[in-house]
Design a protein around this ligand. Structure first.
Ligand code: EPU
Length: 421
């Protein structure tokens, strides 16, 4: 297994190119199953998750290539079955369910199960499919969704933690080929949902309202091939903004979209980090002393759960008490005990983490537990004195394209090494 070896204490300086969004690319790649014509998807980040989606599409019978950031999919003949080994490895693969149901009128998919950040139920996805007329059977760990025909309907898709991103994507995709009109209320408003809707519309779908809580889909008989460029990754961008602040450096982000990062930029401003526009680029640097802030993760346009861990690393360096409340995934605090190994003082109280910031961090071996927790440990390691070894960085490689290379270009002393026994 590979690790990152980081010699901390170097302020990051320079320009970084932001990659295409993982969480937009995955459902967009799945959406190519909705047509037998070729689809060309550009700016796909080269990650283990996107490579895995290529494998899934191939296993369903599609012809797929992935070269220099461009994925081409032609799903002439496909089958509607995805087994446990595929879905277990990447919960995001559940977004093949909507396209399979729409195209084949049947999908048999392994239940994804929970993961380290919390339970990952799919009850809302299934509620949406049922509202469109699908019959759902759960047996031996598999969901069987079948429909003689899909018919548009009005449905409310909010759950206990608010809207669901991939649930909205799945129901939206299933509804594109249904008869009549579907209205999804309490739809997720994330930019990744908008990007998917734009791709589907380019394929001939009739979707309006994406980006708002009410999405209207007028079913069409057939979709055709299309070309699309994936939006920049707002979570990768936020991670670099925070890394710049944590190391007291100055980083220019090329290709990031400020309009997708409002909550993060606003909170960083409150914490004493200046994020400004220079031409089309975003520039992050400390504006003065860091200040503690309180954060609650919320559905878009609120503060993203996917940036909570990285922000905790910054607040551990910030003198004073910050409170971080996690409202989306109940056990997304696995990074707390690892940050403590670097010297951070953080207590968990129910859904909140109380960060008593400002203690100096010093390098230590730490273990990555999930994708965003890994990014938090890298940020803390970059700011800590001495050497930090972040083990199990395969988690990080799922969602950050060449992070070590990008950080080295900004001056960081970071190497990818084989894990020390
Ligand atoms: N939920 C339900 N029922 C459902 C679906 C979700 O109760 O049927 C709950 C979840 O348990 C959670 C909340 O609703 O409490 C929100 O989950 P959501 O469905 O929105 O998450 P997701 O679509 O499975 C995507 C991203 C995650 C990101 C979340 C929230 C992808 C591939 N994944 O997951 O990304 O954290 O939205 O924004 O798009 C990551 O990139 O590190 C990552 C975990």
């Amino acid at each position: 297994m590979e690790s990152f070896l980081i010699k901390g204490g170097v302020p990051l300086r320079g320009t970084v190119d932001i990659s295409g969004s993982k969480n937009a690319a995955l459902p967009i790649m799945a959406a190519a199953l909705l047509t037998d014509e070729p689809c060309v998807i550009r700016r796909v980040p080269d990650l283990s998750d996107t490579r895995f989606m290529v494998q899934i599409l191939k296993s369903l019978g599609a012809e797929v290539s992935f070269e220099s950031g461009t994925v081409t999919v032609q799903a002439k003949k496909i089958r509607g079955y995805a087994d446990y080994e595929l879905v277990r490895k990447m919960r995001g693969s559940i977004c093949i369910a909507g396209p399979l149901l729409a195209r084949l009128r049947k999908a048999r998919i392994s239940l994804p199960g929970g993961c380290i950040i919390g339970a990952r139920p799919i009850n809302l996805h299934l509620k949406g499919f049922e509202a469109l007329g699908a019959k759902i059977k759960i047996e031996s760990g598999y969901v069987d969704a079948t429909a003689k025909k899909l018919t548009g309907n009005s449905l409310f898709l909010g759950g206990r933690a608010g809207p669901t991103v991939l649930g909205t994507a799945n129901v939206m995709m299933a509804a594109t080929l249904a008869d009549e009109v579907t209205v999804i209320e309490s739809a997720a408003c994330e930019p990744e949902v908008v990007d998917l809707a734009n791709f589907l519309n380019a394929m001939g779908a009739k979707i309006s309202g994406a980006g708002s809580p009410t999405i209207t889909i007028t079913g069409v008989k057939k979709l055709h091939g299309a070309e699309h460029e994936v939006i920049p990754d707002r979570i990768e961008a936020a991670t670099f903004l925070i890394a710049a602040a944590a190391t007291n450096g100055e980083v220019v982000l090329r290709g990031a979209r400020a309009d997708h990062l409002r909550a993060v930029i606003d909170k960083l401003g409150e914490a004493g980090v200046s994020v400004t526009l220079r031409g089309k680029n975003l520039v992050a640097r400390r504006g003065g002393k860091l200040r503690p802030v309180d954060i609650t993760t919320l559905p878009y346009a609120g503060f993203p759960t996917d940036v909570q861990a990285q922000m905790m690393a910054l607040l551990a360096l910030t003198p004073g008490i910050s409170i971080i409340t996690e409202r989306i995934f109940e056990s997304r605090f696995m990074h707390v005990s690892e940050l403590a190994r670097l010297g951070a003082d953080i207590e968990i109280e129910g859904p909140s983490a109380i960060v008593k910031g400002g203690r100096p961090l010093s390098g230590a071996p730490v273990m990555a537990s999930d994708l965003r927790a890994s990014a938090a440990l890298v940020i803390a390691g970059l700011a800590a004195k001495g050497e930090t070894q972040v083990n199990r960085i395969y988690h990080l490689d799922r969602g950050y394209e060449r992070m070590d290379e990008k950080l080295r270009k900004l001056g960081a002393r970071i190497q990818r090494v084989e894990e020390k026994a």
